[in-house]
Design a binder for this molecule. Structure first.
Ligand code: ADP
Ligand code: MG
Length: 679
């Protein structure tokens, strides 16, 4: 068995680990020996120096050399046994709950000098150690620095230490994968060295370099995997798309605005990709309301004019309908546009599938239903995925493969994130970014209001309705379960109905498609003034006339989510408002979030603050992205290492090296299981 194989074997193979222990480890996501190594000590406990009683610090783990003076065994239920010990400066009690006298007499024999170590308490004016675990006449066995691991219930420290020690003893040497230059930056520390060092209690205060080497490995492996997917996709030769300016001009004639420079740039970059013989695999990123939809529709039209079909996938049915309507409005009548979702009726669906495979449909808009096996395209030339940040690398790769040789891929994301995160999550793609929003946009004024002031909010709504404005009223999920998630919205709907009569509509996930459509249409035609909804409106929906959004229980939402919700308004030229409702007793964290939202409309700033508050892994929708899988690397803390890894990968790409040298690295870190696909 070679080194890598050993590291990737199941922990069952370690002696001392039976199925029961293995299942405990499994709960901590530790399956292989390699996984086990990553459970790095949380802390080190220094029991090495002997402290005198008069120098003890309460709350700390400390070690003493004491004389056992006296037993105090009360023999009354619930009263602990005590052993009074002393050194030449004072006395300390060892307190035992649930220990037998005989045992205590054995480990703490009267009038003997003993080493004891434990957490120092102070009780009834006396120092004490409760249930001491470290007691011995042998100094060396106690006076050590000990690593402290995070353990699962049912696993004790001693056993764990034994297991990890045996693994560390058998740790294989691996061939070095880092280049000489990079290795030098980390003082030529090998992988094995780093692991040993980080588990070792010697020099436990100076782990920085060892840790950095491992963090770098982790980032590098992620980037290399992305880079190989990318180069694999780039090698695919496709039929170039051929089109002129006619499509874009015909669309622009039908909208009442001019494109921003960033929109033009994005279209230009996409067009270059479409016209090239390399397959496009591009991310279009832009904050909410920056105008990504029009860019993607223009791209669609270009592809349709070059005689290919386009599939446009939205994350929700509502959004798909909206894109569909917009496309109908913007495209010439001879272009055949259809919509397909999970709720499309059987008969209609059958017809759509038939004409799709015959090439009679030019643009198919829909939800996940677009990529079910039964859906066969005749000549698919472009896939667009809107608000797709819930996808991981692996899913994207699959999609691209499935799309076929001639099919370009454009994905759009509205979550503004720092560059280190783009590199990590979208390293397999080229990126276009729309930074600036359309010029005439006004800042959304954001206020917070206590629940108790609902009367003021109602007045505010009434005033806005008088001014011909429309209002979103968002109620949060009460529970994760779909069934109950709309209860709060139903309640609010009913109370608002009493005031606003039939000018209020209700929208939530459990409604039938017809009902949803009816309400949205009513809202669009301004037959109703208020939509009460759950977060189904969170992503993408565009109602330029809606300029007030009220978010109940705003503290239930994360920052980025609130920003997305707020982005539903302020899309037209009218002044827009966001009111964050909350109950009393806000946590400090919730207060901070509300403060940040009030202070800025800049999605980049907000996501950065969000990451500072919650850690990058919890950022909206990134749970499945693969980012969460980093064990050590942090795109904010380790920014420099991310940039270093980016440079290194570019170098490797340019030198066009094969990845054999990195095989061990990739194999060890291939947590998305995509290695087989790419090498
Ligand atoms: P997002 O990037 O969040 O998907 P949308 O594409 O839905 O944003 O666009 C938001 C709104 O901005 C829409 O009403 C759209 O018509 C409008 N819009 C798009 N581009 C411009 C522009 N250049 N000038 C003015 N309004 C624009
Ligand atoms: Mg959008």
């Amino acid at each position: 068995m070679n080194g890598i194989e050993y590291l990737l074997t199941n922990i069952n193979n370690i002696s001392g680990i039976g199925t029961k222990t293995a299942s405990l480890f499994k709960k901590k996501n530790i399956n292989t020996i390699f996984d086990l190594l990553w459970n790095l000590p949380r802390d080190f406990i220094d029991r090495s120096s002997i402290i005198k009683v008069n120098e003890l610090e309460i709350g700390k783990v400390q070690t003493l050399k004491v004389l056992v003076k006296k037993y105090n065994f009360p023999r009354i239920r619930n009263l602990p046994n005590k052993v009074i010990c002393e050194d030449d400066t004072g006395t300390i009690d060892c307190v035992f709950f649930n220990s037998y006298e005989a045992y205590i007499r054995k480990i703490l024999p009267l009038n003997h000098e003993i080493i004891i170590s434990g957490k120092i308490n102070f009780f009834n004016k006396k120092y004490q150690i409760v249930n001491p675990t470290h007691i011995s006449t042998d100094e060396n066995s106690i006076r050590k620095v000990q690593p402290k691991y995070s353990l699962t219930d049912g696993l004790n420290e001693k056993k764990y230490q034994k297991i990890i020690n045996s693994v560390l003893k058998n740790l294989p040497d691996l061939d070095e994968w880092l280049s000489k230059d990079i290795l030098k930056r980390f003082n030529n520390i090998t992988w094995k060295n780093s692991i040993l060092e980080l588990h070792d209690s010697k020099n436990y205060k100076k782990k920085g370099n060892f840790l950095n080497r491992l963090i770098f490995d982790e980032i590098l492996s992620n980037f290399l995997i992305s880079s190989s997917i990318r180069s694999k996709i780039k090698k695919i030769k496709k039929t170039k798309k051929v089109f002129d300016n006619k499509p874009i001009n015909s669309v622009l004639k039908r909208v009442n605005f001019k494109l921003t420079n960033d929109q033009h740039d994005a279209i230009h970059q996409i067009n270059n990709d479409l016209r090239s013989e390399r397959k496009m695999f591009r991310l279009l990123q832009g904050d909410v309301g920056s105008g990504k939809t029009i860019v993607s529709l223009i791209s669609s039209l270009n592809v349709i004019y070059s005689k290919f079909q386009v599939a446009f996938m939205a994350p929700t049915e509502i959004l798909a309908r909206q894109h569909y309507k917009l496309a109908l409005k913007l495209f010439d009548a001879h272009i055949n546009i259809k919509i397909l979702t999970g709720k499309t009726e059987f008969k209609e669906r059958k017809e759509i599938l038939k004409s799709l495979s015959e090439g009679k449909i030019d643009l198919l808009i829909g939800t996940h239903a677009l990529f079910q096996d039964k859906v066969k395209y005749n000549k698919l030339g472009l896939i667009i995925i809107d608000e797709q940040h819930k996808f991981g690398v692996k899913q994207r790769k699959k999609l691209s493969d499935k799309a076929g040789r001639n099919c370009d891929v454009l994905v759009m994301s509205a979550t503004p994130i720092p560059r280190t995160m783009i590199m990590t999550i979208y390293g397999d793609m080229d990126t276009s970014i729309i930074k600036s929003k359309p010029k005439d946009r006004k800042e959304i004024k954001t206020y917070s209001k206590n629940d108790r002031n609902i009367d003021e909010i109602i007045k505010f709504v009434q005033k806005n309705i008088k001014n011909k404005n429309q209002i979103f009223w968002v109620c949060p999920l009460i529970e994760e379960s779909k069934k109950v998630d709309h209860q709060s919205s139903v309640k609010r709907y009913e109370s608002l109905k009493k005031i606003f009569k039939n000018r209020v509509g209700l929208l939530h996930g459990a409604l039938e498609k017809d009902q949803k459509d009816k309400i949205l249409l009513k809202f669009l035609n301004h037959e109703i003034d208020i939509i009460v909804s759950t977060t189904v409106i969170e992503v993408g929906i565009d109602f330029p006339n809606a300029n007030v959004i009220i978010i109940e229980n705003a503290n239930k939402f994360g920052l980025s989510q609130l920003h997305q919700l707020r982005g539903r308004v302020g899309r037209g030229t009218k002044e827009a408002f966001c009111i964050l409702m909350f109950k009393t007793n806000l946590s400090e964290n919730a207060k901070k979030r509300i403060k940040i939202l009030k202070s800025t409309n800049d999605g980049f700033k907000i996501s950065e603050e969000d990451m500072k508050l919650r850690g990058y892994g919890d950022l909206l929708g990134f749970k499945q992205s693969g980012l969460k899988n980093f064990r050590l690397a942090d795109p904010i803390q380790n920014e420099d290492l991310f940039f270093l890894a980016e440079k290194e990968v570019k170098k490797i790409e340019i030198e066009n090296k094969n990845l054999n040298k990195y095989h061990s690295l990739l194999k060890l870190y291939d947590r998305a299981d995509i290695l087989n696909d790419i090498i």
